[in-house]
Design a protein around this ligand. Structure first.
Ligand code: AMP
Ligand code: MG
Length: 363
């Protein structure tokens, strides 16, 4: 199939007509059961009508994604629904029946963090077919904070199931070019809204457990969530429906497949080191063995790493590191390096998500 590309100007006033034509074409593709990649504030998503099992099945084929890896349902609540989100999600039959405690938590979290990089795992609603959730009786749902994503969901008039728009096992795409590199010819359309602002996936919070557990650290910091609902579990072993927990390291048995160690991996071998001195030492060591080494460097390491090519500068604060991390991994992979070296980051705030992706990429 030939993939169509639409470039959307981020300034909505600049070319409103071209933008609305592209959104209308994309919404038609979604309604006809097609696949559309679109920007969100976290990473690019690969969307299909979340209420259409046949459309959803195409996502797994295009991505070559394991069938036991559930998708996130993206919704666009209006102002009234954002004030009463538990009712709205139940009325739209995205979520099923919630307990009083679940309702309370949904309301508090949604009012504070939606639209935004927080995915909530809730009992599954009747409109969501089982292949969206990989057979689980829970569903992951979020409202993205991106004008293009919201316009697409509203114009499509259905919730949109969307995992990251990459081939399974690759790092998530943060630009439309990354999507093209992985999925060109396999999907109907790509909406190019520029580079994504956050750069790592959403935080997945399981509200079917008590206390709730973070299944995947992401764009919203744990401390922010805890300020609203109190302490949350670590989430390395959450609920996955009875009988589905299995042997360690077995993919089908994983609680939240975003936690698979194979996820987020570059092609090259990734090594996370303690500090700049260790980075330089390991670089010399690998180079002496005839390996090509690429460096992901913090702005503060540029001087110490001057002239050591190829290198990709991540930035000077954790937000920049998160924003640039996947592009850096892809760039060094394209440069054909054997080994990628990067210093570990502070685990505070979004640093927890960065450290998580580095650890999994290095596994
Ligand atoms: P992706 O958008 O590719 O990062 O994938 C979505 C991720 O959300 C999955 O890999 C899971 O980690 C998580 N997820 C989605 N649905 C559920 C669910 N029902 N229960 C637990 N985790 C989920
Ligand atoms: Mg993914």
């Amino acid at each position: 199939m030939e993939t169509q590309y639409f470039t959307l100007n981020p300034d909505p006033d600049s070319d409103a007509e071209a933008t609305s034509l592209a959104i209308a074409a994309a919404a038609r593709a979604i309604q006809m059961g097609g696949l559309v990649a679109f920007p969100t504030e976290t990473v690019y998503g690969l969307g299909a009508n979340a209420t259409d099992a046949e459309a959803v099945a195409k996502i797994y084929v295009a991505k070559q994604r394991a069938l036991n890896d559930p998708l996130i349902v993206h919704c666009a609540l209006d102002a009234a629904a954002l004030r009463a989100p538990a009712d709205a999600l139940a009325r739209q039959e995205i979520a099923g029946v919630l307990s009083a405690q679940q309702r309370e938590r949904v309301v508090a979290l949604v009012q504070r963090f939606w639209p935004g990089p927080l995915t909530l795992v809730l009992p599954r609603g009747a409109r969501i077919p089982p292949n969206v959730t990989a057979g689980l009786d829970s569903v992951a749902v979020r409202m993205p904070d991106h004008a293009v994503a919201l316009a697409l969901i509203r114009a499509s008039d259905v919730p949109i199931a969307a995992p990251s728009a990459n081939r399974f096992g690759h790092v998530s795409p943060t630009t439309a070019q990354h999507v093209r590199d992985d999925l060109d010819g396999r999907i109907d359309m790509v909406l190019d809204g520029g580079a994504t602002a956050i750069g790592v996936e959403s935080t997945v919070l399981d509200l079917t457990q008590d206390p709730p557990a973070i299944l995947r650290p992401g764009g919203l910091a744990r401390a922010e969530i805890e300020r609203v609902i109190g302490s949350v579990g670590a989430g390395e072993q959450g609920s996955r429906g009875e009988g589905e927990k299995g042997r360690e390291g077995e993919e089908a048995a994983q609680v939240s497949p975003g936690l698979l160690s194979k996820h987020y991996a570059p092609r090259a071998r990734l090594r996370v080191v303690r500090d700049t001195a260790e980075l330089l030492r390991q670089r010399s060591h690998a180079a002496a063995q005839g390996l090509r080494v690429g460096l992901l460097v913090m702005a503060s390491q540029r001087e110490a790493c001057a002239g050591l090519m190829p290198q990709y500068v991540l930035g000077q604060d954790l937000a920049s590191v998160a924003r640039n991390l996947y592009a850096g991994l892809r760039a060094l992979d394209s440069a054909g390096v054997d080994v990628i070296l990067v210093s570990e980051v502070e685990r505070a705030g979004i640093g927890e998500a960065i450290a998580d992706r580095l650890r999994r990429g290095a596994a």
